[in-house]
Ligand binder design. Sequence first.
Ligand code: F6R
Length: 603
Amino acid sequence: MCGIFGYIGKKTTAAQIVLEGLKSLEYRGYDSWGVATIPIIMKPFDSAQGEQFSNSAIAVKKQVGKIGNASVNDLPEGNLAFGHTRWATHGGVTERNAHPHLDCSHTIAVVHNGIIENYQEIKNKLIIKGHLFLSETDSEVATHLIEEYVKTRSFSDAVRTAFNDCTGLNALIVTSLKDQKIIAVRNGSPLAVGFGDGENLVASDATALLPFTRTVHFLEDDEMALLTKNTITINNVKTGNEIVVKKVRLNWIVDQTQLGSFPHFMLKEIHEQPRVLESIASQSVATIQKNADTIKDAAHSYLLGCGSASYVAIAGAYLFSKIAGKHINWAIGSEFGYQLDFLNSRSVIIPVSQSGETMDILESVKKAKLKQARIVALVNVFGSTLYRVADHKILIAAGPEKAVASTKAVTAMLAHLTLLAYALAGKTKAGQDVVKRAIESTNQLLVQKSIVQFKKLARQLKNTRHLFVIGRGLSYPASLETALKIKEIAYIHAEGMAAGELKHGPLALVEKGTPCIAFLPNDETYGANLAGAMEMKARGAKILGISHTPHEIFDEYIEVKDAEEATIIPNIVVAQLLAYYLTLERDLDPDKPRNLAKSVTVK
Ligand code: F6R
């Protein structure tokens, strides 16, 4: 949450570089943005422009709204700049609350990601000392606290002391006109520093560093990086001691982070799924077996996830039971911390996360580690916090995902869990075949004829106020995922549920014309699911059947070719396409839904 990008180096277009970096990070937060730069030239005063930058103050530009076509041509040239795209926590979405925040003398600038839990207490003390606050944010507190400390100590010591005074999980980027360095420090929120040639960088997501460098260091908790044009030194923020770090070389492909010919990242990522699934299915049997061995002997194991990944966790519980006869429980990331008292060194926790930065997951993992549980992470982002804290890492390898709504990472997670379940059953090859059938089935949904059908359905459903999605077994998590996708990007209230639950209450909401999406795959749930759909139909619901075969009760029908246990994969692709085209019909932006952001790094 919140995108951060900073540059210090040989180029004098630092603000421009930062703006481009922020644009590539916008999926992390897009209610407002801002850039700060240290000017190297004095701009002549232009009363028509109304703004004058001098080199006795840090120049800042902030705006409410998406960064899309923004420009910083009105900022002065400089060799140092940083900026922020905001996802509001404390304080409404206003220009004043946008970052960077300046101190009273406009010579210290700060951007912040996280929540300073004791901000009010610190703010009260600073107000008594005469500091003037311009925003309602917790973040501005850090700026004035550093201003206070710098009166009696060096800039880096002031940042260090201020950071240690702040409670909560935070990342700060700071500069001062006097020192002309960037300091980046974290405890919880992700940050990576990039080692360039005569230039150094920092960003909240390492993909943003790729145009400049592939040599990075992912800051660990309590690490503080001091960036100059030619050096990056890392210190422990608690002790001040220098730390020698091992740099990491990224082999990521820049193209994967670009939109290419697609109108939206979501559509691009939906279409990338067959290729991603193909590479997962083609892993060597030995690799899949080695991963499965890490959970084989656990006394108790838990799959953990949030949002879509929590539905993957539910699906995992069904897959392991059905295919391998193994009991693996599941929990929502934010809840697991309250139910893990029984964990011990024979427990295995399997957190499932695209970003590897979801705070609700990281917090539960931290608690599980304290109980000596082993962490086997299924994670997409190499180098993410989850990746680093895990005892065993299984890289999802879906490639960078930029649309806020997760698509290819979800189906890739499902493919991995299917393979693991088959491997535990000693039938890895059969697992690979099943995933390949899911790819064939997915391909059929992505052809033009099928897309025309999704567009037509979207036109029919676009004015719906609420709808139901039902399924049993593996189609239960598919129903939850379908409802979530429709809610989060098309803003239509959708309720996903186990079909058996209908008659226990929700059926009361069904009336003439209520749309109901029913999953009826070719498995043991078919008959019972059909019964659920009929109960709906008898009360006037319009049934959109998603099945391998048509049925007379369907008002509309989407064919999904049977892929045995992996049919959940194409079923979820149906959900993605339906939600995407519904969103377009409703004139909304599928990549940047309101109130949300990618990578949920706050609790
Ligand atoms: C929904 C969605 C979210 C994420 C959730 C977990 O489309 O994208 O519900 O699935 O925030 O994120 P990760 O997988 O990064 O832990």
